[in-house]
Design a protein around this ligand. Sequence first.
Ligand code: ZN
Length: 146
Amino acid sequence: MSSNSDPASPNPLTPQQIADLQQRAIAAAHNAYAPYSHFRVGAAVLLSDSTIVTGCNVENASYRLTTCAEQTAIAAAVSQHGPNIRIRAIAVANLNATASPPCGACRQTILEFSTPDTVIYYPVADGTIASTLMADLLPAAFLLSK
Ligand code: ZN
């Protein structure tokens, strides 16, 4: 768990790439629509072709229809780059100085477009950034044979 290295991945990002991805996630969080929770989250998705696509949480008065930053970013990535995208890494950030690992629904959404070495970066309670491989973030994941 470190923002300065990525030892878990066989295809690690450089510290500069990680920092850039985190900065893009923070920038996206500034666009969050969060009038109810005031929890402003951003996500930056690094695709296998090195493209970065961002998203933020978009809340709704019904609460139930709220969309997380990770899901918004992935929907944008598919919209812009097609159904065959593969995610190399995702950075999640928030403007509330608190932990924000991807929720269960987001873990399943990330998995859909992941590779075995997809890495997810997210803030944890001690103020550092965790880096976790997808397989560790969502063990025993639901998979439907295609
Ligand atoms: Zn979520």
